[in-house]
Design a protein around this ligand. Structure first.
Ligand SMILES: NC(=O)c1ccc[n+]([C@@H]2O[C@H](COP(=O)([O-])OP(=O)(O)OC[C@H]3O[C@@H](n4cnc5c(N)ncnc54)[C@H](OP(=O)(O)O)[C@@H]3O)[C@@H](O)[C@H]2O)c1
Length: 299
């Protein structure tokens, strides 16, 4: 049994708890909920005031708690369910893109109408398919360890995704938009298809690591599908493929806003991948040493 003192991130004591060493952070959160007014979904439990959020499946005995043992809890604020999040975040870009594509010709009625080509249809379909895939994966593939997220993230994420959807759709569907040279577009299309399939393959592999209803985390390894071999080189190949898919989209469309969206996504995913990579090394002593976080051999 460990005797823990629980503090807020403003260093105010919430009280002391006796917790079995074999219990998980999830179980600890239920106990914290009883001595504070913070429900389990709103809690971010950490070892230091500005420390990392501890995963629900971690066991108390795996933490290096000092003496006296202290743990900090941050109230993440009001939460929103994942179903709301994915509908707003991922369905929004489809709606915005389709509406802008349909109305660009109307806004620019003085300009000659552009006739759709095979590649312009591919660019349109790629955008819609990408976000439809994300919605379907959120419903049928991902086994998230958190059922909710802070409501302020929803506003932040929607602004990001909807804003870029407008920015990209406006340019790609503008009557004066011109197609890049065919060879570049076709290389982009091939890259987009391979990376979307790779991203899906990695998501399916991650699903297999976690039994339904649990928050178990394991070391991912390639599973025979050649697109998962990237796990030999990086910890987050789904992010590598995601960035590759947007690079492909940029080549297909020759669109600067799409490139800026790729750069912004890359920056965000690189930050997350570095954090996840560090967590893997901390959590699993036998974690493969040769892996990088997101770019093979580099980052
Ligand atoms: N364009 C962009 O800006 C952008 C940004 C972010 C994400 N995305 C896309 O959205 C996808 C999902 O993003 P994400 O950040 O949720 O990806 P992620 O952290 O890699 O997680 C995907 C799913 O796998 C689970 N998982 C991860 N590692 C695991 C392990 N070792 N053992 C068991 N389960 C594990 C996660 O559970 P947990 O809930 O426990 O983490 C989650 O349910 C990305 O792959 C990418 O395609 C795009």
């Amino acid at each position: 049994m460990v005797n823990l003192e629980v503090f807020t991130v403003s260093n105010r004591s919430l009280g002391k708890l006796d917790v079995p060493e074999a219990s998980t952070i999830k179980e600890l959160k239920s106990k914290i909920a009883k001595i504070s007014k913070i429900s389990t979904e709103r809690q971010s439990v950490r070892q230091e005031i500005k420390g990392k959020d501890l995963n629900d499946s971690l066991k108390i005995e795996s933490l290096k708690l000092g003496s006296p043992a202290k743990i900090f809890v941050k109230d993440l604020g009001p939460q929103v369910g994942w179903s709301t999040v994915f509908l707003a975040e991922y369905a929004g870009p489809i709606v915005v893109y389709v509406l802008v594509a349909a109305s660009n010709g109307i806004f620019h009625s003085s300009l000659p109408e552009r006739q759709p080509t095979f590649m312009s249809r591919m660019i349109y379909s790629a955008w819609v398919i990408h976000y439809l895939k994300r919605i379907l994966e959120t419903i049928f593939v991902h086994r998230f360890s958190h059922s909710t997220m802070p409501i302020r993230n929803l506003f932040k994420n929607c602004t990001y995704y909807w804003g870029f959807a407008f920015y990209v759709a406006y340019h790609v569907n503008h009557p004066l938009w011109t197609e890049p040279p065919a060879i570049i577009s076709y290389i982009g299309l091939a890259m987009w298809i391979i990376c979307e399939l790779g991203n899906l393959s990695v998501h399916l592999l991650l699903r297999e690591l976690r039994p339904a209803g649990s928050t178990v985390r394991k070391i991912p390894h390639p599973n025979g599908n050649p697109l998962t071999n990237l796990f030999d080189l990086v910890s987050c190949p789904n992010y590598t493929y995601e960035v590759g898919a947007w690079l492909g989209y940029t080549l297909m469309s020759g669109c600067l806003p799409a490139f800026l969206f790729t750069l912004a996504g890359f920056y965000q995913m690189a930050v997350w991948a570095l954090g996840k990579h560090k967590n893997y090394k901390r959590e699993f002593q036998d974690y493969p040493k040769t892996r990088k976080a997101i770019i093979p051999f580099v980052l």
